[in-house]
Structures are given as C-alpha cells and as structure tokens.
Design a binder for this molecule. Structure first.
Ligand SMILES: C[S@@+](CC[C@H](N)C(=O)[O-])C[C@H]1O[C@@H](n2cnc3c(N)ncnc32)[C@H](O)[C@@H]1O
Length: 248
C-alpha cells in the first residue's frame, strides 16, 4: 500500500488532474472503426471521472482502470455503481510501469494527466505493447504553447518537470515511438479550474491545519498553491494537450 500525503490531499476531489467530460468526449469522438466490444485500459485513472464518462458514452466497452492508490479505485467503483456503469469497469491497483496485461490486449489506451509520472517517451514506448496494431492511444500531456515562455513559468516547470516540451517536439516524440497522430487539441483553461483547481483550492483550505507539522504534506500544499498561481498567470503559455494517436 502506498502511504504518502499526496494521495490523501487529492482524495475526495472530482478528479486528480486537469480535464473535463467535454474534452474526454471530444477525444473519444475522434476515434473511428472501433470493434463491437471495445477493450479500454485507463492508466492513472485516479478516482475516475474520465473512466465513468467513457463508460457512459460507450455502452459496448469494458474499461480496465489502473491506479497505484486503492482508495481512488474504491471511490471510482462507488461512483460507477451510482451511475449504473459498474458492470463495464474493473479496477487493478498496480504501477503503470509494471502492468500485468498481455501484448495486444487493448483497443484503446486512455490516460489523462498521468503519463508524466513515467515520462512521455517512456510511457509511449512501454504502453505500446499492450495495444493492438491500429489501436488508439489517447492521452493528455503538459506542453509549452510558446517557444519563449516567460522566465518565471519557465523556471517553475523546468524545476518540477524538465521533460515538458513544445507541442511540435511532443509530436516528434510520438512519431518516433511509432504512432500516427490522428488529432490533437488544447484543453481550455476552464477544464483546469472547474473540476480540478477550484475544488482543490477549497480542499487545501480545509486540510492545511490537519497537516501542520507534516513537512512532506506542507511542501506538497505549498507546491500546489504555487502551481495554481503560475497557471492563473501563464495559462496562455502552457497547458494540457489531448493527443489522439494510432499505433502503426
Ligand atoms: C494527475 S492524476 C490524474 C488522475 C485522472 N486521470 C484525472 O485526470 O483526474 C495522476 C494519477 O496517477 C496516479 N499514479 C501516480 N503514480 C502512479 C503509478 N506509478 N502507477 C499508476 N498510477 C499512478 C495517481 O494516483 C493519480 O491518480
């Protein structure tokens, strides 16, 4: 079992990263020639807002949702039961870099806001084996929207995620890893605020006292506040891009 303040801080939120049901649906609508029974692997699903929405819009799918933190998966299944889609979802508590699946097992791999944990190139390369030939890889990744970011935002991201790249560079990485780009789009700033930063900001206010003296939690809280402040100032310079890809 993973015991880290970060999981507890993000527990109970609608989602654990930027995104929206509208964006999930838009990306799904870009997929074509899907089989009759679609097998989807959702990696780093968190408490599963996108998993449950996908299960709702795709009644002929089965989604295997994986995350390393079991309480997120429990919460996902509770919500799935409430939404009447629990029979289309199973969960596996496992690390994304050591997946217990067969080669060519899935028609779609979906991953919102999680590939950064492994690194974009590593994730693209390692996850590919689990995807059928011609299967789809659909994911979001933070990208620069400019070649010349402002100094403050550049320093922030360079320190916490030096792998961040401009969209064109991410596209090169995708093609080198053996995928064709079907489409891509930037998620709007509202998809950062509505279901993610706004609830997260309220949660930080509620839990700050509880974590006083816990240096790990305090530094995570400080980091998250800084991240939100940076986004509120520089959301035109970087953001999440949804990439819709096909395995060659
Ligand atoms: C930024 S959150 C995104 C969650 C969800 N996809 C969303 O958009 O709301 C990243 C997720 O990756 C999970 N995670 C972190 N390390 C992981 C690992 N090694 N293997 C699997 N999941 C991991 C976290 O628990 C978290 O749920």
């Amino acid at each position: 079992m993973v015991a880290s303040a970060i999981f507890e801080i993000f527990d109970g939120l609608p989602r654990q990263g930027p995104g929206s049901n509208k964006c999930t649906e838009k990306a799904f609508s870009m997929l074509s020639h899907l089989p009759a029974n679609i097998k989807i692997l959702d990696i780093g699903c968190g408490s599963g807002m996108q998993t449950i929405h996908l299960a709702g819009i795709c009644d002929n799918c089965h989604i295997t949702a994986v995350d390393v933190y079991q309480p997120y998966l429990d919460s996902l299944m509770e919500k799935a039961a409430y939404e009447g889609v629990a029979d289309r979802i199973s969960t596996v508590c496992v690390s994304m870099d050591y997946l217990p699946f067969r080669d060519n097992e899935f028609d779609i791999i979906w991953s919102e806001g999680a590939i950064f944990v492994m690194g974009f190139e590593k994730g693209l390369s390692y996850w590919k084996q689990f995807l059928k030939k011609g299967g789809f890889m659909v994911l979001t990744e933070t990208s620069w929207f400019t070649d010349c970011p402002s100094e403050e935002v550049f320093q922030f991201w360079n320190k916490c995620y030096p792998d961040i790249a401009v969209i064109a560079q991410n596209e090169k990485r995708i093609e080198s890893a053996g995928y064709t780009i079907i489409d891509r789009f930037k998620i709007p700033a509202s998809a950062w605020w509505d279901d993610y930063y706004n609830p997260l900001g309220k949660r930080l206010d509620q839990i700050e006292d509880k974590f006083k003296g816990n240096s790990e939690a305090e530094s995570i809280i400080e980091f998250v506040k800084k991240e939100m402040d940076i986004f509120s100032q520089y959301s035109d310079e970087y953001g999440y891009v949804f990439f819709v890809l096909q395995k060659q």
